[in-house]
Design a protein around this ligand. Structure first.
Ligand SMILES: CC(C)[C@H](C(=O)O)[C@@H](O)C(=O)O
Ligand code: SF4
Length: 485
């Protein structure tokens, strides 16, 4: 009987070209290389300077997301790029892809989207694969049981040239979220609760496998949200064993294997064997997780909405509170919110938009609050519009935009003004992340929508309960009506 192995071990073992030694890292084969405009220009320059070609253009896929405007072209047909550099960056990637035979989901493509939204949607991301991208949120793809992680620009060059990467194997951590999540608690709340538990650097050196009933109960979008934020605890990657939910989600997508059922059977066998040993185990009570929001300037500085801001334990805590304008011992639910952002590779997918729309339907964004809803991809935009979600947003007073990273990183002209307070469904609340001097509270789509309505950070269950009791009373009315008829 061979040694029991983890999901991570199994994916790793399938891709080792040369094992690591004490002196040298191993060589790992990469199945899928995703590329965007920000971290690829120098990598292409580098391989071209050395006279190298892209080794596997057929395993390399590119998109435009970070620097792309989310407003349509003006009457002159020009896209409203924030700077000439942003536009040049986009044109560089277009030229590089054309020169090297790489498929680009560019302007005009119905496939374009934020790289970590697009990959899974197209079925490029598959269980058991190694997936890399010059982007720290590549861990998102681990939701399918892929080993997916971000790489630096020089490594982007290595992968372009060789389809391989020098790697040392990380340690393995299992985070088990037990029990059932309660209504109004989403994948984002689980992610924020896990990161709060692990701490900002708590995942450093590890690949995390998320397990347990609460994780299993998440849909694929919720699992992607959870894996997406693994890097915010410092982890190299986050993974979830592929199951029926993953297999059903991928079935029929553009790039999945022709013999899908055979592939699916193989994917199911990737699950961690009973008795496999992890370097670290963390268990979290899923039933106890409440809607979460951050109060500080790192994603681990989060707590259930309505709880008191903790006493600072360090200078960096003091600095974070000063920057955010929050006081220890107070709650963060009284300060007026200026901006609400729904989108990003963390929470820019269809169920995220549905969750926000559920809160907003028939309500208005509070006067003085600016709300931006940016679908994560063209596919999300199409699906959302087919359901009329865009009308829910615009009727409530929010702006409905063209897909891209947008206000998550504020590279494209969408930003939070200095000093303004934003509730954002993205993944980073660092100083200045959403614009110079911008203050960010990270939360779920339902929380963001509830906060837009109330004008202060708000637990979405207030509105969800209201909706549920309305539904109940209208059902009661209908029953009474049918008796009367
Ligand atoms: C621009 C890119 C390098 C960056 C990343 O690596 O994650 C961005 O996507 C982010 O979210 O901060
Ligand atoms: S949406 Fe935000 S986190 Fe995701 S890739 Fe874009 S900038 Fe990075």
């Amino acid at each position: 009987m061979s040694q029991p192995r983890t999901l991570f071990d199994k994916v790793w073992d399938r891709h080792v070209v040369t094992p690591e030694t004490e002196a040298t890292p191993g060589v790992l084969y990469i199945d899928l290389h995703l590329v965007h405009e920000v971290t690829s220009p120098q990598a292409f320059t580098e391989i071209e300077a050395r006279g190298l070609k892209v080794r596997r253009p057929d395993r390399t896929f590119a998109t435009l997301d970070h620097s792309t405007p989310t407003l349509p072209a003006g009457p002159d047909g020009r896209k409203p790029y924030v700077t000439a550099e942003a536009e040049a960056q986009v044109h560089r990637l277009e030229a590089n892809c054309a020169a090297h035979g790489i498929e680009l989901a560019g302007w005009g493509s119905g496939d374009r989207g934020v790289v970590h939204v697009m990959g899974p949607e197209l079925g490029l991301t598959q269980p058991g694969m190694t997936v890399v991208c010059g982007d720290s949120h590549t861990a998102t793809h681990g939701a399918f049981g892929a080993l997916a992680f971000g790489i630096g620009t020089s490594e982007v060059g290595h992968v372009l040239a060789t389809q391989c990467l020098l790697q040392r194997k990380s340690k393995a951590m299992r985070v088990t979220v037990t029990g059932q999540l309660t209504p109004g608690v989403s994948g984002k709340d689980v992610a924020l609760a896990v990161i709060a538990e692990l701490g900002f650097g708590g995942g450093t050196g590890f690949v995390i496998e998320y397990a347990g009933e609460a994780v299993r109960s998440l849909d694929m979008e919720g699992r992607m949200t959870l894996c997406n934020m693994s890097i915010e605890a410092g982890a190299r990657a986050g993974m979830i064993a592929p199951d029926a939910t993953a297999i059903d989600w991928l079935r029929g997508r553009k790039h999945v294997p022709a013999d899908y059922e055979a592939a699916a059977a193989e994917w199911l066998a990737l699950a961690t064997d009973a008795g496999a040993v992890f370097d670290k185990e963390v268990v979290i009570d899923g039933a106890a997780i409440r809607p979460m929001a951050t109060w500080g300037t790192t994603p681990d500085a989060g707590s259930p909405i309505g709880s008191k801001v903790p006493e600072p334990k360090s200078d960096s805590d003091r600095k974070a509170l000063a920057y955010m304008g929050f006081e220890a011992g107070e709650t963060t639910t009284t300060q007026a919110v200026d901006v609400v952002f729904i989108g990003s590779c963390t929470n820019g997918r269809l169920p995220d938009l549905r969750a926000a729309a559920e809160v907003l339907r028939g309500r208005k964004v509070k006067a003085g609050v600016r709300m931006l809803v940016v679908p994560g991809s063209e596919a999300v935009r199409r699906d959302a519009e087919a359901e009329g979600l865009h009308h829910v947003f615009t009727e409530a007073g929010a702006e409905w935009r063209i897909p891209g990273c947008s206000m998550c990183i504020a590279m494209n002209g969408d930003f939070v003004a200095p000093g303004q307070l934003a509730v954002s469904t993205s993944n980073r609340n660092f100083e200045g992340r959403q614009g110079k001097g911008a203050r960010t509270i990270l939360a779920s789509p339902a929380t963001a929508a509830a906060s837009a309505v109330a004008g202060v950070l708000t637990d979405p269950r207030v509105y969800l309960e209201e909706a549920a009791s309305l539904k109940q009373s209208s059902a009661a009315r209908e029953t009474v009506g049918s008796y009367n008829a």
